[in-house]
Design a protein around this ligand. Structure first.
Ligand SMILES: Nc1ncnc2c1ncn2[C@@H]1O[C@H](COP(=O)(O)OP(=O)(O)OP(=O)(O)O)[C@@H](O)[C@H]1O
Length: 305
């Protein structure tokens, strides 16, 4: 493999006519990482994963899996990679078992883990004998997960893997991710759902409008979280000027106000605010989701070199 990277995206660009799918995306995922790929709808996640898995040809740049080109080296890639597409299309007339057999043939290696995975995900033999056309959305998604993992691949690429799964099955999914990490497998997990990335991943890339906004460890993102300052004036009067603190978009409700302030600015902000006639103040860490929402909206981190 040479570089030790399980995934290498180098200036990956995919345009659909005038529409940008992804633009100049450069990103490396180390072997053994469980890596999150997070972004709002239309950010370019699925496009990236399709280029990576060889379903789409990039307009320019390149995407390598395990050091291999997914199109040119397809025969070598297939046995080593598992892929769960975002929009799973299955043949409705095949049974669950036949579907897994068909996909296994394309993988070209034995499905050593199929039995165990079906059992853990609640796909029993009765279900597997039914045709996929009769399956619920969650059942189809379970088939998608089993096929992505059945050959115990070194690299697993998952596009919105928990879509349609009930909470109990989601727990099993996270267990499978923990086991994959413990077993040294590499996972790329695309999602627009923050908690799922937060639970499963060590590092996360955030994409927006087809571009990379930032790559961070989940731990660092937690630390960079804004602080929420709440002030009560207690005089019944409404909004009033807060000086420098007005730059942080204060949200007023009567004589109370809430501000989200970057951690490095909190002390200075409080100094200014407490000079006002304040009756009460609280400071707390904003949720991790707010840290992400901030990046979704502003992408300030992306402006850094
Ligand atoms: N086949 C296509 N033809 C034209 N435009 C496309 C096509 N597929 C994707 N796009 C466009 O590329 C951009 C990125 O879409 P993509 O599906 O990769 O985003 P995403 O991050 O996976 O979104 P979501 O979370 O909604 O699935 C969007 O503007 C989308 O409209």
């Amino acid at each position: 493999m040479g570089t030790g990277y399980a995934i290498e995206l180098n200036r990956l660009t995919k345009r659909y006519g005038a529409v940008v799918g992804v633009e100049g995306l450069t990103l490396n995922v180390r072997a053994g990482e469980v890596f999150g790929f997070l972004g709002p709808n239309g950010a370019g996640k699925t496009t990236t994963l399709r280029c990576l898995t060889g379903l789409l040809r990039p307009t320019s740049g390149r995407a390598l899996m395990l050091g291999l080109d997914p199109i040119a080296d397809h025969r070598r890639v297939a046995p080593a990679v598992g892929y769960l597409p975002g929009e799973l299309r299955l043949y409705p007339e095949l049974t669950g078992a036949q579907t897994l057999d068909l996909l296994s043939a394309l993988q070209g290696v034995p499905s050593r883990r199929r039995g165990e995975l079906c059992e853990r995900l609640g796909l029993d033999s009765v279900v597997l004998r039914r045709t996929v056309g009769e399956y619920s959305r969650g059942m189809k998604q379970k088939i998608g997960l089993v096929q992505a993992l059945q050959h115990d691949p070194r690299l697993v690429v998952l596009d919105e893997p928990t879509e349609g799964l009930d909470p109990l099955v989601q727990e099993t999914f996270f267990e499978l991710m923990r086991e994959a990490a413990a077993g040294g497998r590499t996972v790329l997990l695309s999602s627009h759902v923050l908690p799922e990335v937060q639970r499963a991943c060590g590092r996360v890339a955030i994409v927006r409008d087809g571009r990379l906004v930032t790559v961070e460890s989940v731990a660092a993102l937690r630390e960079a979280r804004a602080r929420r300052i709440r002030l009560t004036f207690g005089d019944g009067a409404g909004p009033r000027p807060l000086g420098r603190a007005d730059q942080w978009s204060p949200q007023w409700a009567g004589d109370r106000v809430e501000l989200l302030v970057p951690p490095s600015e909190v002390v200075a902000a409080l100094r200014g605010l407490l000079a006002l006639a304040v009756a009460d103040v609280t400071v707390e860490e904003a949720g991790l989701d707010e840290a992400f929402l901030d990046l979704y909206r502003n992408g300030e981190a992306g402006e850094e070199p």
